[in-house]
Write a protein that binds this ligand. Structure first.
Ligand SMILES: [Mg+2]
Length: 296
């Protein structure tokens, strides 16, 4: 099976691992499942996740981490005529864009030229082909001005995701969607959005594993993101109650939008995955090895 696994609220919650989930994923990988991590968080580079997930015992390699930043970079790399991009976002998004060969101009650089030399945003950014917007903790009015100028001049407008808020250990903060909304309001253009609930992130993740997305199972904690993306693609979704959603939230959903299973913890996740596993693989996994007759 291909398992598309959300991170925050599923594998860990803030800094703390969700007990047992990394072990369940390692057991799945051991019986041949492909595990790809899919997160709307656009701020970090793949290698950052590899370090963190490996330390928890989760199966991971860099190509199996498809954040909204990585998926956005892959999407841009596949577009004709996109070479130079203005990035409004954190360092991880800039690095993912550079990794696929894009010529990156940071919003901080363009905003300083705009402020210091009185250039309009389009000239300050060097006439980019696209504007990419993710969560930028150093977002300013100057950066907003540059991004809006570029979109108004015809640069493509791509959002990593539109999550309005972002949960942190110190409370809820504005998410990438809040910044995207500011650019959208100023430019009067609706962006292409890559992250969940749009299907593009999951499609890129399946491509990274070389498996059709229709064969995947989504494991997530967000109804508006993980479950909605799975429903959009038509794949089963297991909702973990270890993150942002409660059982009452799931119970309130109409029948056609319910997850295939709800898991309160790692053991329930393992049980739910077994029920989804094709019967042939399930029986092979639980049946003891056959006793061979002695050679004569
Ligand atoms: Mg989550």
């Amino acid at each position: 099976m291909l398992l598309l696994v959300d991170l925050d609220g599923v594998v860990y919650r803030g800094a703390a691992p969700v007990p047992g989930v990394a072990d369940v994923l390692a057991a799945c990988a051991a019986v041949g499942d492909s595990v790809v991590y899919v997160t709307n968080n656009s701020m970090h580079y793949r290698a950052d996740y590899v370090t963190r997930l490996s330390a928890m015992g989760a199966p991971v390699t860099p190509d199996r981490v498809v954040s909204s930043a990585r998926a956005t970079a892959l999407y841009l790399a596949g577009l004709d005529g996109v070479r130079r991009v203005l990035v409004v976002g954190a360092g991880g998004l800039e690095r993912e864009c550079r990794d696929v060969g894009l010529d990156v101009v940071t919003a901080a650089h363009a905003a300083s030229l705009h402020a210091r030399e009185g250039l309009n945003g389009w000239d300050a950014a060097g006439a980019p082909d696209a504007v990419v917007v993710g969560l930028d903790p150093q977002f300013t009015y100057q950066k907003l001005t540059v991004a809006v100028d570029c979109v108004r001049h015809g640069a493509r407008f791509i959002a990593t995701n539109r999550d309005p808020v972002y949960p942190t250990e110190r409370g809820t903060r504005p998410g990438a969607g809040s910044i995207v909304a500011a650019v959208e309001a100023g430019a009067e253009i609706v962006p292409v959005s890559i992250g969940k609930p749009a299907p593009l992130l999951l499609e890129m993740a399946a491509r990274a594993a070389g498996i059709p997305v229709g064969d995947a199972v989504m494991i997530g904690d967000g109804i508006a993101t993980d479950l909605a993306a799975a429903v959009a693609i038509g794949i089963p979704c297991i909702i973990m109650l270890t993150g942002v959603s409660s059982r009452a939230d799931v119970d309130a959903l109409p029948a056609e939008r319910r997850p295939v299973a709800v898991a309160v913890d790692a053991a329930a996740l393992a049980a739910a995955l077994e029920t989804l596993r094709p019967a042939a693989i399930r029986s092979a996994a639980i049946r003891p090895a056959p006793i061979r007759p002695p050679a004569v």
